[in-house]
Design a protein around this ligand. Structure first.
Ligand code: GTB
Length: 214
């Protein structure tokens, strides 16, 4: 069955791979599933046809026959459950990998998103200067225990899993701030994720879209 995802017609990051279709593309590349991409403009995202797929009018969405999904956590989990390669067979190891997906989305990503809000959305507000260091410290308080848990390991819990895919995707958003490089073991962990052939294919595909001539 054909899989179709949605992505920005042109991502505001100009092809750095930070928009969330990249993590869905990456998951599909890891499990070697072909997919189509429907590009949507900011205006089209808020129109009824797209709102029928995504109640909040965002990308990415995922369509496969009658199934329509939104939320990258749900989409990546769906892909990982249906195709071999992103979740271990052992039930307990599988549950732990899924736990890392939730940790990435529920515990690590929120302060990172706050930083983006403080910098970009509230960048012209008078409280920006006071707020930025507080938000940066909240991120560091997540990175320190994460680095401690990773230790010298290559991945968070044995073989590369959907948990790592999600954690690397979340941490990548931090790179422009310089905070990721304060934790060298995590920076190396992210680099290992980016070096995976499936990530490179996903990155290149979104880069081609976001750098094509207008
Ligand atoms: N929780 C949802 C999920 O994980 O799927 C969040 C989806 C989401 O935030 N989508 C964003 C969106 O559609 C795109 S990815 N925004 C448009 C809107 O809300 O109107 C977030 C994003 C956007 C831009 C960059 N960038 O340019 O660097 C990075 C990430």
């Amino acid at each position: 069955m054909t899989i179709t995802i949605t992505a920005f017609e042109r991502s505001p990051d100009g092809g750095k791979g930070l928009a969330r279709d990249t993590r869905v593309r990456w998951a599909l590349e890891e499990v070697r599933q072909p997919y189509d991409v429907r590009l949507v403009s900011f205006r089209a995202m808020k129109e009824p046809a797209h709102l029928a797929l995504h109640p909040f009018g965002q990308i990415p969405t995922y369509e496969e026959g009658d199934l329509v999904l939104f939320e990258t956590g749900s989409i990546v989990l769906h892909i990982a459950e249906r195709h071999a390669g992103l979740l271990p067979a052992d039930p307990n190891a599988r549950a732990r990998a899924i736990t890392w997906m939730f940790a990435a989305l529920s515990t690590v990503e929120p302060p990172i998103l706050e930083l983006v809000t403080a910098k970009i959305v509230e960048g012209d507000k008078p409280w920006k200067e006071a707020r930025m260091p507080l938000v940066a410290d909240r991120i560091r308080r997540r990175l320190e225990p994460l680095a401690a848990r990773l230790g010298d390991a290559e991945w968070l819990d044995g073989a590369f899993s959907a948990g790592d895919l999600m954690m690397v995707s979340v941490l990548l958003r931090l790179r422009p701030s310089g905070i990721l490089d304060e934790a060298p073991s995590l920076a190396a962990y992210v680099a290992r994720g980016e070096a995976r052939p499936a990530y490179k294919r996903a990155f290149d595909a979104q880069f081609a879209v976001n750098t094509r001539p207008t």
